[in-house]
Design a binder for this molecule. Structure first.
Ligand code: KMH
Ligand code: ZN
Length: 392
């Protein structure tokens, strides 16, 4: 089996980089069904992660034919199995040294990911000034922080606003002021939250959707499932979700679908079937909320597999909550996704060191992309990729 996978890996390296490459290591090998002399095996593989010089691959071997040994039958008698039988699965990493890479085929054709779009979630609804003095609250503070994030490489600002006491608010006038303060200072995609804070009514949460013309946000979040949210409950009833989705659609705003758990992709199916949103979509996987799906590479891979199988052509990003923010950014950079960082989700640059604002976290995300061989999207590239997704 491993000899077959070795050949598959060599072909994938040649297709990707024009060089045979070297097989560095398997991280998993599963033998799932017996194989006997004379069985015919088909092996295939795909590249599932792109490092600077490394290619992460997945392999699958299937038995398709087995010999028939019976008196009266020719020695060469064989039978096609009614269904191919998966006999082995594996994943591993190959390396093509930088000086050997020739990029012979269209990189897009073989799935090499394009630039990573960085989103900065600079305010949020739960983070407080008591936790970090670097949280922006007033429109000017929000505008300045957005500009620092844009300077660092962010092209999307995920936006919440606060009242003068620092409490979360979904008031349209406060959104208007914050959006103007951002647009005055930098060219970014502004994505208004319709999630707000736990406990807010759906009408209240939709405040920013009533802005129009130049004041209108470019994107808005669409939360599709109810989850435990720490000790609270973040309520997104089925019909409310439809109503918010349709309101986003009618406003001509691009939705970003927030997915906190695997079943939310099933809810999304219904939203597509009812034309509340239209694929291809842009999805944010928010992982590590206490009470929803945890932040792990395995969980993210599962979500990405399901998204690409069920909603072809859709794009995705990941927001890891708390200490998972930067590790999840690293996984997303490898798997070809987009990345969200910022004080809404995480306060720390490293253990015990507060980030002096979201821009420092954006700088970290840029470094993570560089280490993974990913470029960072420009505003024009982010607009071309995101805007219009999910809309009629
Ligand atoms: N504050 C969370 C309860 C969103 O922006 O759409 C919801 C949230 C999601 O932040
Ligand atoms: Zn949010």
């Amino acid at each position: 089996m491993l000899a077959l996978f070795g050949d598959v890996a060599t072909e994938l390296c040649i297709r990707a980089d024009g060089d045979e490459g070297l097989f560095r290591a398997y991280d998993s090998v599963e033998f799932l069904a017996p194989v006997y002399a004379g069985d015919f095996i088909e092996a295939e593989g795909e590249i599932v992660g792109w490092g600077k010089t490394s290619l992460k691959m997945r392999f699958c071997a299937r038995k398709v034919v087995s010999p028939l040994r019976s008196p009266g039958l020719a020695e060469s008698a064989a039978q096609l199995l009614p269904e191919p039988v998966v006999v082995c699965k594996a994943s591993g990493t190959c390396v093509v040294p930088a000086n050997c890479r020739r990029k012979p085929l269209s990189q897009e054709r073989i799935g090499r990911p394009g630039p990573a779009i960085l989103t900065a979630a600079i305010v949020g609804a739960e983070t407080t000034r008591a936790q970090t003095p670097y949280l922006p609250i007033t429109p000017d503070e929000i505008g300045e922080e957005a500009a620092r994030c844009a300077q660092a490489g962010a092209t999307v600002i995920h936006l919440h606003v606060r009242d003068e006491t620092g409490q979360p608010s979904q008031d349209r006038d406060r959104f208007r002021a914050a959006i103007a303060a951002i647009r005055k200072r930098c060219d970014v995609i502004i994505q208004a939250s319709t999630g707000g804070a736990v406990g807010m009514s759906i009408d209240e949460r939709c405040g920013p959707l009533s802005l129009s013309g130049d004041e209108r946000p470019d994107m808005a979040t669409l939360n599709v499932g109810t989850i435990n949210f720490g000790d609270d409950i973040f309520v997104n009833r089925r019909l409310d979700t439809f109503a918010v989705g349709l309101q986003i659609q009618r406003a001509g705003i691009t939705p970003e679908v927030e997915i906190y758990d695997l079943g939310h992709l099933d809810i999304l199916r219904e939203l597509c079937d009812k034309a509340v949103v239209k694929p291809p979509l842009h999805v944010q996987f928010v992982l590590g909320v206490r009470g929803a799906l945890s932040a792990s590479e395995r969980n993210l891979e599962l979500l990405v597999d399901r998204l690409s199988a069920d909603f072809p052509g859709s794009t995705w990003g990941v927001a890891g909550v708390g200490r998972h923010e930067l590790p999840m950014a690293e996984v997303a950079a490898r798997l070809g996704g987009n990345i969200r960082v910022g004080l809404e989700d995480n306060l720390f640059l490293e253990k015990g060191v507060l980030a002096k604002g979201s821009a420092e976290l954006v700088e970290k995300a840029v470094a993570i992309c560089q280490a993974a061989g990913r470029s960072v999207a420009s505003v024009a590239q982010a607009r071309a990729s995101l805007l219009g997704a999910g809309s009629a």
